[in-house]
Each structure stands twice: as C-alpha cells, then as structure tokens.
Write a protein that binds this ligand. Structure first.
Ligand code: ZN
Length: 316
C-alpha cells in the first residue's frame, strides 16, 4: 500500500498518500493523550495500513478520531478504530449517513461495460475495495469548535463550513504550528466544491492563514504551508471572476469551463473539476441557496467530458 508516515513536529504525524486523483486522501495523527487520528481512508485495507503505521509510533489503540468532513475518502475506515471517540461537526455526521452506499460504488466500479460517460470515475474506483465498509459517523458532535486536551497539549477542532461540504472542520495544533485542513485545503490538485459557498471557502482559507501554521496538511496532495493556502485562494478568486465574466455574457457553464484559461492551474491534477466550481459560481450568481441538491452523477459525467475535451485540445 503506497503511503508514507511523516513526522511534522514532536508527536505529530501525517500519513500521506501520493496524489493520484479520486480518493487519494491524507490523514493525521497525534501520538499523545491516548492518540488522536484525523480522518480515515476510503476503504478498510488502506485504513488498516494507515493504522499499522500509527501503531509503529503509538502501540496503544488511538483513543480519539476526528472527521474533517463526510466524504467517504475521509471516513469510510472509521469502523476500524474500535472503541475510539469519534468527533465531528453535527452536519458532517448527518451528511455521512445520507451519502451514497459503499455497495453501490463497489458495483459501479465492477460493472461491465462501465456506465457510459462515467468510465473515468468508475475506473478510478477500481483502486479501492469497499467490501465490509459500515458507515460509522461521529457521535461526539459540536457546533463551532471542540477543544481536546492531549495531556497538556491542545488540539482545536474548528468548524469552517459550508466550504467544500456542509460540515467542514479543520484541526489546529497551536503548540506544533500544524493545521490539518481536510478538503478545504488541496495542494497541486484541483479542489472541488460540493455544497457550500465561495464566501465561506475564502473565510476558511483566511482562517487557516490567520492561525500562522508552519505546516498545513491538505486533504489531498503533498504537505504545504500558508503559501499553499494562498494558492488555493488565488485559484478560487480567478475561477469566480472568470465565471462571472462568462455568466454576464450568458455563456453556459460547460462552455465557460471550456473557455477559462487555467494557466498555471492546468498542471494541477484533475483540472476538469473546474466544472464543479463554475457550476457553484453560477448557482451563486443566480441567487440559489448553497445547499441546493446537486446531481453528482451529472456533474461527474460533465467532468469526464471536460477531461476528454482538455485532452483533445492538448493533442491538437
Ligand atoms: Zn477528499
């Protein structure tokens, strides 16, 4: 299993997966106060491998787990932390129970032929084995913040949603100057928004910057710092401004996504996630609520089409 345990500060670790697109997320660990895990992985084999790495620096089973949000690649391994207190925002816990069933994703990955227009997504799912996943949501819920005392060292769980999702939280370790950003932070891979707003995402990123961390662990991609946070902010500022320009010219969302020149961001993995961010911008311009129900399948189909378009353009 490709993953790497990295020491960030005294007793503070990240378990990093190489960025390969869909679901290659990161996790964190504080080997103190009984052990605190930040996020599990998308399936049980990966989460088991991650917990084995943590056991190498903290043999006792971790006492606590924080989920930064409800997407499966951050919480579908939760059940393996038997007996641990699972902490998350109230809306994160609610959303986790309403998410797509693991069995359905497993079926989608193994369908022959693959679902039309979803081939890319379905093939990416084949990296995972969702067998036996039992959705295990947080039971210690909070609203604005949750403070943990790890034998005299503070861990602050701060609600910053709805940015990437409705229940986004970050974990701040003030003594170690480390922030686990969950999926409000991405590094050299394209961020995408589900339910949430641009305004709240900007606030979330500004909040991380204001904490003055030395290390920021993104939900996806390699370790970074406040400069990486500023880059994500700049990406969203640019996409929002470009979306506005095309919206005012009455260009459709998909045409806008084709015409936005991604410049330096074109090298980030999965640039086609742009369509999620353009659609979110248009929803906001139309004055629709941040949590208007999304058609995830339609969005993924569009992203697949956009990826093919980008590819053809590169080759021509
Ligand atoms: Zn994620």
């Amino acid at each position: 299993m490709e993953m790497e345990l990295t020491l960030l500060a005294k007793d503070v670790y990240a378990c990093l997966q190489p960025e390969r697109g869909l679901g290659w997320s990161n996790s964190g660990f504080v080997a103190r106060g009984g052990g605190l895990v930040v996020d599990t992985f998308w399936d049980l084999p990966r989460t088991r491998a991650m917990l084995d790495l943590y056991a190498g620096v903290h043999p006792a089973a971790p006492r606590r787990l924080v989920n930064t949000h409800h997407n499966g690649d951050h919480c579908w391994g939760n059940q393996l932390l038997e007996g641990a207190e699972i902490i998350g925002h109230r809306l994160c816990a609610e959303a986790m129970q309403k998410d797509i069933a693991p069995e359905l994703l497993q079926q989608m990955a193994r369908m022959e032929p693959l679902l039309e227009g979803m081939e890319h997504f379905a093939k990416a799912l084949r990296d995972y084995d969702f067998t036996g996943v039992r959705i295990t949501p947080p039971s210690t819920l909070f609203e604005q913040r949750f403070d943990i005392d790890l034998d005299g060292v503070a861990a602050e769980v701060l609600y910053v949603g709805p940015a990437h999702t409705i229940g986004d939280s970050i974990v701040h370790l003030p003594e170690s100057h480390v922030v686990f950003g969950g999926d409000v932070m991405w590094n050299h891979c394209t961020p995408l928004g589900w339910e949430g707003s641009y305004a709240r995402w900007f606030e979330a990123l500004d909040r991380i910057i204001a904490l003055k961390p030395e290390v920021v662990v993104p939900g996806h991609g390699p370790l970074t710092d406040v400069d990486g946070v500023r880059e994500v902010r700049a990406y969203f500022e640019y996409v929002l401004a470009e979306s506005r320009r095309f919206y005012e010219q009455e260009v459709s969302e998909i045409d806008a996504a084709r015409r936005i020149d991604l410049g330096p961001y074109a090298d980030w993995t999965e640039p086609e996630r742009l369509i999620f961010n353009v659609r979110r911008a248009y929803r906001e311009f139309r004055g629709e609520p941040f949590d208007v129900p999304l058609d995830a399948i339609a969005l993924l189909r569009e992203a697949t089409g956009l990826a093919a378009y980008f590819q053809a353009r590169r080759e021509s």
